[in-house]
Design a protein around this ligand. Structure first.
Ligand code: SF4
Ligand code: MG
Length: 325
C-alpha cells in the first residue's frame, strides 16, 4: 500500500526585514493509511505552519517549497486538482471551533454544507448525514443539537461537532492543531478518546499537533518532535519516556508528570528561550539550552539521522544521552 502523505524537505518562508525568514526548514516525514502521528514542540517550533502548509493554507506572502509533498499519491504543490482532493479526503480541526463555525448558522446545516459542496449530496441526505456524524462523535441528542447554533454548544461539544464536520466526507486524514488546548482536563481527555475511537472506527489517519507531549502520546503511534523549524526526533509513542534520545525530547518529558506511574514529578521548566526563527543559530538550534552541548554542537547543525527501529534523531551526542533511569 502506498503512503497516505509524503512530506519531503518542506520549507515555509516569509519575507522579513533582513531577508526571508524560514520558520519551517526542511521537514521530512510520511504517514501510512490509518496511522496516527503527533507533532510536538514549543510555540514557534514550526509545527502549526507545517500542518498549514500540508493543508495548503499558507497565505501570501508566505512561500511553501518541498522536494515532495504528496497526499494519496497526488502532488499538492502547484496542482489545481489538489483542492478537490483536500476537500474530500482531508479534514482540519483547529484549537478554537468558534472561529471555524459560522456563528449565525445552525450546526447541522454547517455540517451538511460540507457534504453538499464536496460530495454533491442533496440537502435532506446531507442533513441526515450531519445528524449521523454528530451521533458518531457522541453529541447527546444529536437530532435536536443539529438545530442549535454554535454558541449553544459548550467548548467540548463544539470541538466534537468540529471533528464531526471533519468526518462528513469520510476523510483519509484528519489534521488536528491543538484541538484540546482550550479545554479543561476532563473534557480534553474525552476529546482525545474520541479522536482515538474515530481513528479505530473509520481507519482514518491522524496528524495531531500539540505543545503537550502528554497529549500526543495518548493518541499517537509515533511522535515527531520539532525544534526551531526542524524535526529533531522521530520515535514510537510507546516507551517514549525510556526511548527518547534527544535532549530536547527528554526535557519535554521531564516537564510532564509520569502518567504511567502516577508519580507527579515537579514541573521542570526548560531553561532558556526557544530559538528565534529570524536568527537561526549556526550549529544545533538547541545548543544554548542544552546541558550536553559541545563545540561541535555550536559549530555544525546535526542532521536528522536514522537510528534503531526506524527512529530518527538529530543530535551529535544522542548516544551519550543514553539510557535513562
Ligand atoms: Fe545538545 Fe549538541 Fe545534541 Fe544539540 S547536538 S541537542 S546541543 S548535544
Ligand atoms: Mg500553533
Amino acid at each position: 500500500p502506498g503512503r497516505l502523505l509524503v512530506v519531503d524537505d518542506l520549507r515555509v518562508s516569509f519575507p522579513g526585514a533582513g531577508g526571508p525568514v524560514t520558520p519551517v526548514r526542511g521537514v521530512s516525514f510520511s504517514l501510512r493509511h490509518g496511522e496516527s502521528v503527533g507533532v510536538v514542540g514549543e510555540s514557534g517550533s514550526g509545527k502549526s505552519l507545517t500542518a498549514l502548509a500540508i493543508a495548503q493554507l499558507i497565505e501570501e506572502p508566505g512561500r511553501v517549497q518541498a522536494g515532495r509533498l504528496e497526499f494519496l499519491g497526488v502532488p499538492l504543490l502547484g496542482n489545481r486538482a489538489n483542492r478537490r482532493l483536500l476537500g474530500t479526503s482531508f479534514a482540519m480541526v483547529f484549537q478554537d471551533p468558534m472561529t471555524s463555525f459560522n456563528p449565525t448558522q445552525r450546526i447541522g446545516r454547517q455540517l451538511a454544507e460540507v457534504a453538499r459542496q464536496h460530495h454533491g449530496m442533496g440537502p435532506r441526505r446531507a442533513f441526515t448525514r450531519a445528524v449521523d456524524r454528530l451521533r458518531a462523535v457522541r453529541v447527546p441528542g444529536a437530532a435536536r443539537r443539529a438545530r442549535q447554533f454554535p454558541h449553544e454548544f459548550s467548548g467540548g461539544m463544539r470541538q466534537r461537532a468540529m471533528i464531526g464536520m471533519g468526518l462528513m466526507g469520510n476523510p483519509a486524514l484528519i489534521v488536528a492543531d491543538e484541538p484540546t488546548t482550550a479545554l479543561d482536563v476532563t473534557v480534553q481527555r474525552q476529546v482525545l478518546r474520541l479522536l482515538r475511537d474515530v481513528r479505530a472506527a473509520d481507519d482514518v489517519a491522524i496528524l495531531l499537533i500539540s505543545h503537550d507531549i502528554s497529549v500526543v502520546r495518548q493518541v499517537c503511534d509515533r511522535v515527531l518532535v520539532m525544534y526551531a523549524g526542524r524535526i529533531v526526533e522521530d520515535l514510537p509513542a510507546a516507551g517514549l519516556r525510556t526511548g527518547a534520545r534527544h535532549p530536547y525530547t527528554r526535557a519535554l518529558l521531564a516537564a510532564v508528570p509520569d502518567m504511567t506511574t502516577d508519580r507527579a514529578e515537579p514541573l521542570a521548566i526548560i531553561p532558556g528561550r526557544p530559538a528565534d526563527p529570524a536568527h537561526p543559530p549556526t550549529g544545533c538550534a538547541f545548543a544554548p539550552r542544552c546541558t550536553y552541548a559541545t563545540e561541535q554542537c555550536t559549530a555544525t547543525e546535526p542532521p536528522l539521522e536514522p537510528a534503531e527501529d526506524g527512529r530518527r534523531v538529530a543530535c551529535w551526542h544522542a548516544a551519550l544521552v543514553g539510557e535513562p533511569r
